[in-house]
Design a protein around this ligand. Structure first.
Ligand SMILES: Cc1cc2nc3c(=O)[nH]c(=O)nc-3n(C[C@H](O)[C@H](O)[C@H](O)COP(=O)(O)OP(=O)(O)OC[C@H]3O[C@@H](n4cnc5c(N)ncnc54)[C@H](O)[C@@H]3O)c2cc1C
Length: 296
């Protein structure tokens, strides 16, 4: 943190509770209470992730979560769904712990002061402790390689260094893709464009008849919050004020939850954050450490 405090998000609850207590006496017990409150619902909540939410099975679970059996009104869990991340972490004395736990909600597209962000605090913490932040052996590039191999194994071809310029539409159906180099690729079944609505409707489909409503919606499309990644090739590992960080995959640098939320508001207002929060991905260092451990 900007004030010099450091904290480590441990993989086990016991270690995280010890860290919370180190940061501020009493925060270990407060952390246990937060998890206890969520724990009784965790199984039901996590099971919804693998379900069609419109299915009868899901609506049974949702009903169970939102109501107490045999009692009118809504459950305490239902109330917690409307809380904010800032509210959930307000019982912690340590500002480092508050920012360490509440800021993860932005990974789920929430902001710490948004209604509904509260439930993501224990949920993300449990997911992080359970699964960590896995990266492919050999680095992130291996993920792209594995995915492209999957397409090639099914007989697919990947063509790069080409710009899709137009999607050709005939009789209301997208039939081919034209590149800026003048090539044309016919679609057998469909065309999938992994792009933004404005790029799709205003550029790729510029020659096609697009409904005026869709066209004006695309024109009004506004990009959401984003993040920027800068790659640095370092001559040596970063030197951290806390030696434990040498084993942390993603040290974060922040001036706290208030600064973090302020940076979000500035981003939403098309301003560069005065004090951005950084995550310093040190994955190559971790990979080297893992290799050393395997050799030993
Ligand atoms: C800094 C940063 C960090 C992130 N960290 C994580 C993380 O840790 N974990 C995680 O799960 N997600 C992370 N994400 C999100 C993740 O990267 C994206 O959700 C994911 O890459 C989206 O995949 P996509 O295929 O939909 O789009 P993209 O990856 O954006 O791919 C679209 C591709 O289409 C190409 N393209 C666009 N227009 C045309 C055209 N006209 N013709 C030809 N090609 C075109 C683009 O060049 C691009 O290669 C991160 C994102 C950012 C920006």
């Amino acid at each position: 943190m900007e004030d010099g405090q450091t904290g480590v998000f441990a993989r086990s609850f016991e270690d995280l509770a010890v860290e919370a207590e180190r940061l501020a006496p009493g925060d270990g017990a407060a952390l246990a209470r937060m998890f206890e409150e969520f724990n009784s619902h965790a199984g039901d909540v996590f099971s919804l992730f693998n379900m069609d939410l419109s299915s009868s099975q899901a609506s049974e679970i949702l009903n169970k979560l939102l109501h107490d059996k045999g009692r009118p009104g809504y459950s305490a869990f239902a109330a917690s769904v409307l809380s904010t991340a800032r509210n959930v972490v307000s019982s912690f004395q340590s500002s480092a712990l508050r920012s360490m736990l509440a800021s993860w909600v932005t990974h789920l597209g929430r902001t710490p002061d948004e209604i509904g962000s509260g439930i993501w605090v224990p949920l993300t913490a449990m997911a992080l402790m359970g699964g960590g932040m896995p990266i492919p052996e050999g680095g992130s590039e291996k993920l792209a390689q594995a995915l492209s191999q999957l397409i090639q194994d099914q007989g697919g071809t990947i063509l790069t260094q080409r710009k899709a310029q137009r999607i050709v539409v005939k009789n209301g159906r997208a039939v081919s893709v034209r590149t800026s180099e003048g090539e044309e690729f016919q679609a057998k079944q469909s065309i999938v464009a992994s792009t933004s609505p404005n790029h799709l409707y205003l550029s790729l489909l510029a020659d096609a008849e697009v409904s005026p409503r869709l066209f004006s919606q695309a024109k009004q499309f506004r990009y959401g919050r984003g993040c920027v990644q800068i790659h640095l090739a370092l001559s040596e590992p970063p030197r951290w004020p806390d030696s434990r960080f040498t084993k942390v995959g993603q040290p974060h640098l922040t001036d706290g939850l208030d600064g973090f939320t302020q940076a979000i508001v500035q981003g939403m207002s098309d301003l560069l954050p005065a004090k951005p929060t950084f995550t310093v991905d040190c994955l190559q260092i971790l990979i080297r450490l893992a290799r050393l451990q395997v050799r030993q």
